[in-house]
Design a protein around this ligand. Sequence first.
Ligand SMILES: *Cc1c(COP(=O)(O)O)cnc(C)c1O
Length: 386
Amino acid sequence: MGPPGPDGRFGSFGGRYVPESLVPACEELAAAFEAAWSDAGFHEELDTILRVYGGRPTPVTPCRRLSEQLGVRLLLKREDLAHTGSHKLNNVVGQALLARRMGKRRLVAETGAGQHGVATATAAALFGMDCTVYMGEVDVERQALNVFRMQLLGAEVRTVSSGSRTLKDAVNEAMRDWVATVGHSHYCLGSVMGPHPYPWMVRELQRVVGEEARAQCRELLDGADPDWVVACVGGGSNAAGTFAGFVDTEAYLVGVEAAGGAAMGAGGVPGVLHGMASRLLQDEQGQILEAKSISAGLDYPGIGPEHAHLAELGRARYEQAHDAEVLAAFELLARTEGIIAAFEPAHALAWVVREAGRTVPLGSTVLVTLSGRGDKDVAQARELLG
Ligand SMILES: *Cc1c(COP(=O)(O)O)cnc(C)c1O
C-alpha cells in the first residue's frame, strides 16, 4: 500500500472535499507529514515514545485452545496490550509530534465511544498541549467514564447537540473548530478517513501494527506468512495498518464490519462525507444513515477510502458480523484464552469462528488483529449476557 495518487485519490475514492478555508491547512499538513515521514529523526523519536511509553512492540499470541476448537491455527496481534488499551495511541502520538513540528500547541479531536478522545487527551498531556474533544450528546451520556477520563487527562470535552448527536456530528464540529483556529490548532483525526492527507497519514502511522505482526508471524511460522489476515473495520485504521504489513504477501485480507453499520455491505453506496469520497450508508435522498451495532467504536456510517479501493481491486474483502455472534466470540475468547477483547475486534474473531471450516479451510493459519481490550465493554456485556 503506497502513497495515494494526485489529490489524495485511491482509485475513484479519497480526495479532499473541504471548504476553501481548509485547503491551505490540508496542504500544510500533507507537506509536513511528507517531510517528517522521510526524516530519520522523526521516526526515531516516534519509535522511542511508542516503545518506552506506549508498550510497543505488542506481541503476537498463538491461541492453543481456541485453535484446537476451531481447527485453524489462530494468532492474535495484541494491540489490547498497548497503552490506553488499543491501537489508537500509534496514530495520536504521531500526529501530536507532527503538530509540534508545525508549531501548533492545541489538539482538536472527535470521538464516538471515547477511545480516540482518551488517546488524544493522553498525547496532549504527554506533550503539554491543550486539547478539545468533540463528542455527541448521546455518546457523552453512554460513555460517562470516558468523558471523565479525558477530563482527568486535562482535556476539555465539548458536547455536540446537533444532528443525530453522535460521531458523525462530532466530526463536523471538530472540523468547524479547526477552520476557526487553524493558526494554532491541529485536527487529530482518529481513523483512515477525512480529506487528504488523513487516510494516507493515519494508515502510515498504523503501519507499525502490520509490520511488527509480519515479522513476528515469520518467527512463529518458520519464515511463512499467515494464510488469512483479519481485522475489524470502523473507519478502518487498525485494518489498514495491519493490511499494510501483508498486502504484498499471498495472504487473504479480510475486513469485518458490524452488520448494522456495513458501508461495504448492501446498504453502502459511493458518496462524499467529511471531506472524502468513499462508500457510505445513505438513503435514496443522499441522507446519511445512522450505523447501529453493539459496538460504539464501529458506528461510523462510512469506511476509509483506501478500503473502498482495496475492495474494488479485489485485494481485500469486506464481511460482516452480527451482534449475537460477536457476543458469543467475545465470551469464547475469554473462556478459552483468558483474554477479554473489546467488542470491535470481537467482530473479526466472530467472522473467523463462523467461517473456520467454510470460507477459511481447516488447517489454515489466521492472524486476527485484536485492536483493543474489553474493559470498556464489560458492563454492557454483563447486561447483554445477563
Ligand atoms: C476505535 C476502535 C476501532 C475502530 O476504529 P478503526 O479505525 O476501524 O480501527 C476498533 N477497535 C478498537 C479497540 C477501537 O478502539
